[in-house]
Design a protein around this ligand. Structure first.
Ligand SMILES: [Zn+2]
Length: 471
């Protein structure tokens, strides 16, 4: 009020100029202040993400550490400890009420094959005809997101993926086009004449229909060629059908495949369905044996001695799959393998779908991730200790995927593939059914139980292919 009156006094002009000047200085100062705050925010912004873990499981030792901090920068873990300083400006993720552990591994599955009761009466020969490679690749992409949502950050996808849908999915995920687990693809399964089929001459002679599912390799030359072809097209593991036919592969055949695969950095998984085939696979020294059905206690003993990994594919008996008799055998075989101290992995062989795959309580469809985690039923029924189940689902799975030097342990230098659940899976393994948080390669995919995958979608490539996409 006083000022206003002065405007009209004799010295009003001077006063007015003074006021304007003061205002200008004030505006300038506040601009400087805004800039300074902006600068200090820029200085404080840190590329580090700090995860506060209420409980942190080391699945290797089956132990828990409380109130840990995990520092993540880019794709990797940079620090883990109880009293780590959190850099100012770091993004803090509070999982102090949860149990934090490495992402889970399905060590044997098939994301790009889904045979159904309708329309093909569960007859997968028909699926191979009716579903094209591109269609199956797109379903595999969807399955990958569903698996990631349930905490599976690594998947070994071993055959029955038409013409390299599995390798294409790995590439797409690597390039940042969509979220998904790290895929370890095998390409088509390599077998002697016929593969897993009993083909008609019409099917077999020209290989135009259905046959991309298998590569026939009947001589040492053909075995070498088939292994090289798969590695050329993106395989990170080699899948051999040891005994799908009575003529099968000899110990020397298998050894040849192992040595050729090693040149491309791949290990060999042998599909076995007979006792003789199992013995040949063991004698040749395959890295992994798939399917436990035909293995005897003596095979288990030898596998433990040689350190051969088992992907047992231990199907539970549910409203949508299996029989009581088959389940009893599965449980007994899994139990025996555990008693003999075989290196066990969590593996499903999942490749089917039917109308009964619904949650009995809600009536909602079960996701591919929920169907996969439901294989816990077999492990629980077999009485495997929770710590050993968790080791099979993590450390042993990473070993089977042959990436244990890069992924798995929550330690500095490893990729940040981290999940969190309420409760304690070492006390109640079913806690893994309720994954609340998923981080893969340092990126958050799920938080507070909700998928937030936007950072995963990118027109890409986010990594320069450098001539080769995947190696
Ligand atoms: Zn399989």
């Amino acid at each position: 009020m006083v000022l206003k009156r002065e405007y009209y006094s004799g010295k009003s002009t001077l006063v007015f100029e003074e006021v304007v000047m003061k205002m200008r200085i004030a505006v300038f100062c506040s601009l400087l202040a805004v800039l300074a705050v902006g600068l200090s925010v820029a200085q404080q912004e840190s590329p580090v993400t700090a995860i506060k873990a209420g409980r942190l499981i080391d699945p290797e030792t089956g132990t828990i550490a409380v109130n840990q901090v995990i520092l993540v920068e880019g794709e990797k873990i940079t620090g883990v400890g109880p009293n780590l300083a959190i850099p100012s400006g770091a993004t803090v993720i509070d999982l102090s009420q949860l149990t934090v552990l490495p992402g889970l591994v399905d060590a044997h599955t098939h994301m790009a094959l889904t045979y159904k009761e309708e329309p093909e009466n569960n007859y997968y020969y028909l699926t191979y005809i009716m579903d094209s490679t591109p269609l199956r690749a797109i379903q595999a992409a969807s399955n990958g997101m569903q698996l990631l949502n349930s905490g599976f950050t690594v998947v070994r996808d071993v055959g029955n993926n038409a013409l390299y849908a599995d390798a294409a999915l790995r590439q797409a995920i690597e390039q940042g086009w969509l979220p998904g687990p790290t895929v370890i693809p095998s390409g088509p399964m390599i077998g002697s004449t016929g593969g897993q089929y009993w083909p008609t001459p019409e099917m077999y002679k020209y290989h135009n229909i259905m046959f991309p599912e298998y590569i026939d390799a009947n001589s040492p030359d053909e075995i070498v060629r088939a292994v090289r072809e798969n590695m050329l097209f993106g395989a990170r593991t080699i899948k051999l059908c040891i005994d799908c036919k009575p003529w099968g592969y000899s110990v020397d055949d298998i050894k040849l495949a192992i040595s050729e695969a090693a040149k491309g950095g791949c290990k060999v998984e042998g599909h076995v369905q007979t006792a003789d085939g199992a013995q040949r696979a063991i004698d040749a020294g395959v890295y992994i044996i798939a399917h436990n059905n035909a293995l005897t206690p003596e095979h288990h003993r030898q596998m433990a001695e040689k350190g051969i990994i088992l992907a047992g594919t231990d199907t539970p008996f549910t409203a949508y799959r299996g029989s009581e008799a088959a389940f009893k055998r599965t449980v007994a075989n899994l139990r025996d393998a555990w008693e003999k101290r075989v290196l066990l992995t969590y593996s499903t062989d999942f490749d089917y779908w039917n109308e009964r795959m619904k949650d009995p309580k809600t009536g909602e469809w079960l996701t591919r991730g929920e169907l996969t985690i439901n294989f816990l039923e077999t492990w629980k029924t077999a009485g495997i200790p929770q710590a050993d189940i968790l080791r099979a689902m993590t450390i042993n799975g990473y070993k089977a995927a042959d990436i244990l030097s890069q992924r798995g342990p929550i330690k500095p230098g490893f990729f940040a593939d981290i999940i969190a659940v309420p409760g304690n899976p070492l006390v109640d393994i079913d806690a893994l059914r309720n994954v609340r948080f998923v981080m893969k390669n340092g990126m958050v995919f799920k938080k507070d139980g909700v998928m937030i995958p936007e950072k995963f979608f990118h027109p890409g490539p986010v990594k320069t292919p450098n001539g080769r996409w995947t190696r």
